[in-house]
Design a protein around this ligand. Structure first.
Ligand SMILES: Nc1nc2c(c(=O)[nH]1)N(C=O)[C@@H](CNc1ccc(C(=O)N[C@@H](CCC(=O)O)C(=O)O)cc1)CN2
Ligand SMILES: Nc1nc2c(ncn2[C@@H]2O[C@H](COP(=O)(O)OP(=O)(O)OP(=O)(O)O)[C@@H](O)[C@H]2O)c(=O)[nH]1
Ligand SMILES: [Mg+2]
Length: 446
């Protein structure tokens, strides 16, 4: 994509996935599209009305018959003139319609370029534009609902509320910079530290809420690990409700990594079943074990399964010691249907039977708890890792500001940095190259 200068050229893309049946939309955005619309249809479309037209080729022969809608600037999605060509959605006819738009002077839209123009023309802020992409990519209904909340501006409004308080404080501080002899007095009198406290606790609330939104968006990677034959694949099948993995009583059944995404309370859980961890001469199994460790390295949480009949063994100690030290883990004793619970050793977080179903609900609850999901929330807005980083950066500057209370200059500077960091979220202060990266990850036509 050529930077982020507001485009003054015309772009076009197929905005619906062409497939069997149904209709398809080609979307066009540019500075002035009435001549375009006339050449395309031989008609004068009425603003914001669907008009049944023939889309004509250069020779005036119909390419397709469909609905044409003209959204004159600035009341359109991008803030520019927008045309929508709603045709018969087959891949060939949609391609012909798109080619015709190129003939009339449009060029292919880059990924995310419609949203980018909407952002650059002030139709939405950056967090809202990102929510468009997150809505499309949502993997659960809850994630989709949260994305709609962010799209509607709930997240942005909370950021703006914070920003306004920060601006108030900054104005106070900056106004006093010219009177250095009053510094100490000033910070006390203006209740600067109380204001800072208030901002910090508000920021804390946003950070927590955004953390929940990021969980909904990204989901969590749960790796099922343990010695061979303890029931990892049985657990994957139980949680996904499908006979996804091969289960046998032969130790070393699973070799390749198996993935299955499920959801708990709308939080996507990316489950990974792995080869049982043991030293082995078998070269195929050994590669499987290496892959298990590679998955563990990328996990958000490990479910360490143990056969309850054998209990926690020295081999389990070895596995546990080799897990990354900060990786959350659940020690789960499986196959409790085969043992007398009273006789069990106590080194477990949970008792379970993948076959009979004991402990499965508790496992679900514990997994959510361990990654910090609070059950029963209704007003979550979608957020991204990028937003969390910006919020943490803001918090860092505010904390440093407090440490610089002896110098109004330094205090003011840290507040300025906090303000800039916060501005990255809505795009009020986002470097162009970062914008390019963000929008290039959207799909074409968005
Ligand atoms: N046909 C169609 N459906 C669509 C879209 C689209 O572009 N075209 N959208 C694309 O994402 C989404 C809806 N988002 C939209 C957002 C703003 C405007 C728009 O024209 N806004 C003007 C007028 C507002 C009004 O009339 O109230 C504006 O904001 O000034 C259109 C669609 C989903 N459905
Ligand atoms: N009774 C009982 N049997 C179980 C339970 N969970 C698993 N099994 C049995 O234990 C055996 C091994 O199960 P798997 O799920 O293949 O074990 P795994 O950990 O994936 O084994 P590998 O892939 O070889 O590492 C199978 O015969 C399962 O039917 C359980 O909760 N109760
Ligand atoms: Mg297995």
């Amino acid at each position: 994509m050529d930077g982020v200068a507001p485009g003054n050229d015309t772009i076009a893309a197929i905005a619906t996935a062409p497939g069997r049946g149904g209709i398809g939309v080609v979307r066009v955005s540019g500075p002035s599209l009435l001549p375009f619309a006339r050449a395309l249809s031989g008609r004068e479309p009425r603003p914001r009305h669907a008009t049944l037209v023939r889309f004509l080729d250069r020779a005036g022969a119909p390419v397709d018959e469909g609905l044409l809608i003209h959204f004159p600037a600035p009341a359109s999605f991008t803030g520019e003139d927008v045309l929508e060509l709603q045709g018969h959605g087959g891949p060939v006819v949609m391609r012909l319609l798109l080619e015709r738009c190129f003939e009339l002077g449009a060029r292919p839209a880059a990924p995310g370029e419609f949203s980018q123009r909407a952002f650059l023309n002030g139709r939405m802020d950056l967090a809202q534009a990102e929510a468009v992409a997150d809505l499309i990519d949502a993997s659960t209904a809850e994630a989709a609902r949260s994305a709609v909340r962010s799209l509607g501006g709930e997240f942005s409004q909370r950021i703006e509320g914070l920003r306004d308080e920060l601006i108030d404080l900054r104005m106070l501080v900056e106004a006093t910079l010219d009177f250095p002899e009053e510094e100490n007095d000033f910070l006390q009198q203006a209740r600067a530290f109380e204001r800072l406290d208030a901002i910090e606790s508000r920021l804390d609330g946003v950070l927590r809420a955004a953390g929940q939104g990021a969980l909904l968006r990204e989901g969590i990677r749960v790796v099922l690990a343990g010695l061979p034959n303890v029931g990892k694949s049985s657990l994957l099948n139980r949680l996904s409700g499908e006979e996804r993995a091969i289960v046998t009583d032969i130790a070393g059944t699973t070799r390749d990594v198996l993935r299955e995404t499920i959801q708990i309370e709308g939080v996507p859980l990316h489950l990974v079943d792995t080869a049982g961890l043991r030293a082995t001469e078998n070269p195929v199994e050994r590669i499987g074990v290496e892959r298990s460790w590679a998955e563990i390295a990328k996990a958000d949480v490990v479910v360490h399964l143990v056969d309850a009949r054998a209990g926690w063994s020295p081999a389990d100690d070895e596995i546990d010691a080799r897990l990354p030290s900060d990786l959350p883990r659940l020690r789960v004793f499986n196959k409790v249907d085969l043992v007398d619970e009273a006789a069990l050793d106590r080194r477990h977080d949970l008792l379970m039977s993948a076959v009979r179903g004991d402990g499965i609900d508790e496992l679900r609850r514990k997994l959510l708890k361990i990654v910090g999901w609070f059950p029963g929330q209704e007003d979550v807005f979608i957020a991204r890792e990028r937003h969390l980083l910006a919020l943490r950066e803001t918090a860092g500057y505010l904390a440093t500001a407090r440490d610089h209370a002896h110098s109004l200059d330094l205090f003011a500077e840290e507040l300025r940095l906090a303000h800039d960091a916060l501005g990255k979220i809505t795009g009020a202060f986002t470097p162009d190259d970062l914008l390019g990266v963000i929008f290039s990850r959207f799909c074409i036509g968005k």
